[in-house]
Design a protein around this ligand. Structure first.
Ligand code: ADP
Ligand code: MG
Length: 482
């Protein structure tokens, strides 16, 4: 068993092995999750509120070093500004994505929409960004631990809602497990309120009391309760919310002469995309037309198409190149240093000498890297010997430029139980990923709102290389600072 020597885990060591106690806590934990609204709809009835279950979560919170946790929170407002500045730099986006869009059809289609709206006068100068920057704690052979960014999600970053409710669940479990001191140390967290503050700010600036916030959602809505926490924060402020799908926008969406967006008779102040980040979200040509119509409209888009593109893995890789961050923060060496400290090694696969070097490096030591296509949503990355298979096939073809290569982060596994509906409880060796939520609103040139609004810890069994909570691999967790 590999555990830190932190007080919780000294104390919890015997708890983890006490089968009777664990059995007893298991039921209490699940009931407590239900009581606190840590919910998900079931696989069998994803669109029905009649039968729901708890969202998967860990039995115990996971130790996270205090300094690294605070480092992640502290850099968030800088990441907000970075994403925003990248989104505002057409030359950078165009140059960076040039090779990718030649071979990646999905990114190319997004880029086409971007080019189309670039050429038009943009009616809306309000930008709302709600993102989540994800990290793992890399354990180096010399014993040091450092915070390394996995990626930044600029569209549909999820679990801000449910993460607002999990602290009370873990507090209760720890009390029942006779760990009262640890219970007191579970951090408060309320990203739902923070994300809603960003939405509310943008809604106020839009300036019409009748206009609504539209959550653009998928047809399968297992994770609806995560959204509902944010929605209800808006309703508390008397900001009306509707939920619609691409097909609703196709069917009833229109722009008036001032390019105000109307859907089912509602004027839309904000389109909050909780969908639209994967190729399969666009089920027809009409979905693409609907995306374009929303982009062309006066509605505030969260994110707008340029901010969506700023979150691609190719952009992430380019930002890690020498001298690039400096271009975005020319007078802020401290900011650059803070951001750069979180970057893992990222390598281009563009055609040419540098890309060839990347291929050779990956083939020589595949276990040290992750090969990533321009996809979101988990389960798309390539690891280990499969990297060799893919690169051997693609190494001389421009197809390789659809990917980037990244250093593989090596966190220390921690033992925990994962609670998942229908799965038997068993002690797992687990890896965690810390997410930090950022919210910002810009009006014209002025950043009028820029905050770090909370965190998310997700934990998965170390036998899985990839995959998030929605993909059925990771579960919700909380950091316990040590
Ligand atoms: P997605 O957009 O699909 O979420 P990510 O870049 O977040 O793509 O990767 C998905 C998962 O793969 C992450 O949640 C993490 O578990 C794992 N992963 C990604 N990059 C790395 C890395 N560099 N080192 C180790 N694991 C990684
Ligand atoms: Mg991810």
């Amino acid at each position: 068993m590999i555990l830190t020597a932190a007080p919780l885990y000294d104390a919890a060591r015997h708890v983890l092995k006490d089968e009777n106690l664990i059995k007893n806590i298991e039921e209490i934990a699940k009931d407590t999750a239900l009581l606190h609204g840590v919910l998900m709809r079931t696989k069998e009835t994803p669109n029905s509120p009649e039968v729901v279950s708890y969202a998967p979560f860990t039995l115990f919170p996971t130790p996270v070093p205090t300094a690294l946790f605070h480092q992640a929170l502290a850099v968030q407002t800088h990441f907000n500004r970075l994403v925003d500045r990248v989104s505002q730099n057409p030359a950078f986006l165009e140059e960076t994505l040039a090779s990718t869009i030649k071979v990646d059809n999905f990114t190319a289609r997004l880029f086409n929409i971007y080019k189309q709206v670039q050429e038009e006068h943009r009616p809306q100068s309000i930008v709302l960004g709600l993102n989540r920057s994800d990290y793992m704690l890399d354990h180096s052979p010399d014993g040091g631990t450092s915070l390394k960014q996995i990626e930044i999600n600029t569209i549909a970053a999820s679990f801000g809602g449910l993460a607002s409710r999990t602290p009370d669940v873990h507090r209760h479990i720890l009390k029942v497990a006779n760990l009262p001191e640890e219970s007191n140390n579970v951090l408060d967290n309320n990203p739902a309120a923070g994300l809603a503050r960003g939405l509310a700010k943008a809604w106020e600036l839009y300036g019409s009391e009748r206009a609504v916030v539209m959550f653009l959602v998928e047809d399968v809505q297992r994770n609806i309760y995560d959204h509902r926490f944010v929605e209800n924060e808006l309703w508390k402020r008397n900001i009306p919310v509707i939920r619609r799908q691409f097909e609703d926008v196709c069917r009833s969406g229109s722009l008036d002469e001032s390019r105000r967006l109307f859907v089912d008779g509602h004027e839309i102040a904000i389109v909050y995309f909780r969908n639209g980040y994967m190729p399969q979200n666009y089920t027809s040509e009409e979905s693409w037309e609907a995306r374009l119509m929303m982009e062309r409209s006066l509605a505030v888009k969260c994110p707008d198409i340029s901010t969506h593109l700023a979150g691609t893995k190719k952009v992430q890789q380019e930002l890690a190149q020498r001298g690039v961050l400096e271009r975005f923060f020319p007078d802020e060496p401290e900011t650059v240093a803070q951001i750069r400290a979180t970057f893992a090694g990222l390598y281009t696969l563009d055609m040419g000498e540098e890309g060839d070097k990347t291929v050779a490096m990956a083939l020589a030591n595949p276990d040290q890297y992750v090969l990533k296509p321009q996809r979101e949503g988990g389960g798309n990355n390539i690891y280990g010997t499969e990297i060799c298979e893919v690169l051997e096939n693609l190494k001389s073809s421009t197809e390789r430029t659809a990917y980037i290569l990244m250093d593989k982060i090596q966190p220390v596994p921690v033992q925990n139980y994962l609670l998942r509906p229908g799965a038997p409880l068993k002690l797992n060796s687990c890896l965690s990923e810390l997410g930090v939520f950022g919210a910002y609103v810009r009006k014209g040139k002025d950043m009028v709102f820029n905050e770090c609004v909370g965190h998310l810890l997700r934990t998965k069994s170390s036998e899985h290389a990839d995959g998030g909570v929605a993909a059925g691999v990771a579960v919700l967790d909380n950091p316990l600072l040590v």
